[in-house]
Structure formats: structure tokens, C-alpha cells
Design a protein around this ligand. Structure first.
Ligand code: SF4
Length: 305
């Protein structure tokens, strides 16, 4: 019989649960709410929220008189000023870990460090982070990029979904070329915990199915890490699953990004059970999937709508 196991701590993190709770409460209280950009990088959850009165604006011009939810990634300082000037009700759902990185950026900026951001310069979280720095910023997506320059004081700040090995490698490559190196490890614990649990499972799996938005940085990072140890498929929903993936896989691992709701994980698990000919123990809740361990019970917004 093939074994299917879910990595511990899969699915919604604390910051995502908090942002969704605030969005739902705001829509209930004010009749409608709007987020600037999707509240999380999961199209299915964004669609679900639309039915509860939470719509999405592409930019500040699309915002009318709705209460505005600032998503967990945060927004640039200038955008916040625009919203204040429009006099909208603002509900700040910036994840506290992201807000902490903003604070570190302010400190490093005021203390005249050359600032290196380890992260994707096009990602909304990194764009917001950069807005707290009023000088040139050096961006690194991986530690393999070469730095041909000497620096006096350097500070590193990370996108919260980065990988600790990348931070260690970047730090090591900077030590010989600067006089002072200050490292703000802003990789969030939820990210670390997810990555470690997923890697542990990948080491003992023939196939890893990574579930989450194709636009989700933390899910993409999970897929990249798992692929070092097992054949890995990154899917958004059960519809993308192909029967032939499971022909030679006895140990099948599942994991899900921090923005993947429980119901999508349940559907994927049940579909795989049916494909591998073991449709007896289909589950109704994510905690019935072997291996499951929840990170936090703070808010049950990840349940099926
Ligand atoms: S991954 Fe971490 S930083 Fe990002 S929203 Fe979740 S808890 Fe916050």
C-alpha cells in the first residue's frame, strides 16, 4: 500500500490567518472591504473572500469609499500616505514579522548602512520594505551572485520567506568585503518551520506534491527545496494532478504553502487516495491526514467555505 503523508505545519500561517480574519470582520462590519492587491497569493481563497464582500483593487485609483485592508505583505510608505489622504478607513493587516523588517530597514537606513535585501525585488513585500530606505539598495535573490565591490558598513535584511542557507551564504560572501556587517534575520519562524518540516518529509519521499499559489513565494521556495530530495510537483488544486505521477512512488509527501487553505489540501489528499486505489479512508478535515500538526489555532478561516 502506498503511503501518503502531510508535512507538519502545512498550510495557513499566523500572519495569513490574521489578515483573513481582519478582512472578513471588516467586510461584515462595513458591508464591504477592499484589499490593495490580493490579500494572499492564493487565487481560490481570494475568490472565496469576494463572495464575503472583500474585493481586490489593482491600485489606489480603483479604491472608492471602501474600508481598505492592508495585506500581510504590507504596502509602501507612499501608498499608505495616499490612502490616508483619501480618508478611507484603513485596517492594517501587515504581518507583525513584516512590520518588524520595516522597522529594521528604518534603523539601518538612519544609521547609514549600505543595505542588502535578500529577496525578490519585484515581490510586493520587498517593494514595501524598500520604501523605508531612501538610498541605493542592493538586491540579492540568491547567494550565488558575485559582489565585486568594497563596503564600509553593510546591513542585510531578508524577505520573510527566504531560506536560512541563502542568508548564511550571502553573509559569508560579504564578510571579506566589508568592515562591519549587521545581519537582521527577518526570515519568519513560520517560514523556517514549514521549510524544515517539508525538507524532512521530502528526504523520505519518492514524490512530493507542493500545494499553493503559483504566485506564492513561500510555496515556490518549498517546491525548490523539496526538489533537492524528491521528484516534486507544484500544484494549485487537485485538478492539476496526473495519475501517472504515482506509478513509481511508494512514499508520497504533501506540503502546502502558508497561504494554502485547508480545504484545498483535503481535496488533494483525497484525490491521491482515490488514484492510488485506497479510497476507504477519505478525510473531511486536514487534521485527519497522517502527519498533520497545526502551527496555531488562532482562527479557523482555513476551513472549507
Ligand atoms: S509567512 Fe511569516 S511573515 Fe509571512 S505572513 Fe506568514 S507569519 Fe507573517
Amino acid at each position: 500500500m502506498k503511503k501518503i503523508k502531510l508535512a507538519k505545519n502545512s498550510g495557513f500561517c499566523f500572519g495569513v490567518k490574521r489578515a483573513i480574519r481582519l478582512a472578513e470582520e471588516t467586510a461584515q462590519k462595513h458591508g464591504k472591504a477592499i484589499t490593495l492587491g490580493p490579500i494572499i497569493h492564493n487565487p481560490q481563497m481570494v475568490e472565496n473572500l469576494k463572495h464575503k464582500g472583500v474585493s481586490v483593487a489593482e491600485n489606489t485609483d480603483d479604491i472608492g469609499d471602501e474600508a481598505v485592508i492592508i495585506r500581510s505583505h504590507g504596502i509602501p510608505r507612499e501608498t499608505y500616505e495616499i490612502l490616508k489622504a483619501k480618508q478611507n478607513i484603513i485596517i492594517d493587516a501587515t504581518c507583525p514579522y513584516v512590520a518588524k523588517a520595516h522597522e529594521f530597514a528604518r534603523i539601518a537606513n538612519s544609521e547609514n548602512y549600505d543595505i542588502f535585501i535578500l529577496g525578490n525585488h519585484k515581490h510586493p513585500e520587498v517593494i514595501a520594505l524598500k520604501s523605508y530606505i531612501d538610498k541605493k539598495v542592493y538586491f540579492f535573490e540568491s547567494s550565488e551572485e558575485i559582489i565585486n565591490k568594497k563596503f564600509n558598513k553593510v546591513a542585510i535584511i531578508c524577505q520573510t520567506t527566504q531560506n536560512i542557507d541563502n542568508l548564511i551564504k550571502l553573509s559569508n560572501s560579504l564578510i571579506p568585503i566589508c568592515n562591519e556587517l549587521r545581519i537582521f534575520n527577518t526570515i519568519c519562524n513560520a517560514t523556517n518551520v514549514r521549510q524544515n518540516s517539508s525538507l524532512e518529509l521530502a528526504k523520505h519521499s519518492d514524490l512530493m506534491i507542493v500545494i499553493g499559489g503559483k504566485n506564492s513565494s513561500n510555496t515556490k521556495m518549498l517546491a525548490k527545496l523539496c526538489s533537492k530530495y524528491a521528484t516534486t510537483k507544484h500544484i494549485e488544486t487537485q485538478d492539476e494532478i496526473k495519475n501517472e505521477w504515482f506509478a513509481n512512488a511508494d512514499n508520497i509527501g504533501l506540503t502546502a504553502g502558508a497561504s494554502t487553505p485547508d480545504w484545498i489540501i483535503i481535496d488533494v489528499y483525497n484525490k491521491i487516495k482515490v488514484i492510488v486505489g485506497d479510497a476507504n479512508d477519505l478525510v473531511q478535515s486536514v487534521d485527519a491526514i497522517p502527519g498533520y500538526k497545526e502551527e496555531s489555532n488562532e482562527y479557523e478561516c482555513s476551513k472549507r467555505p
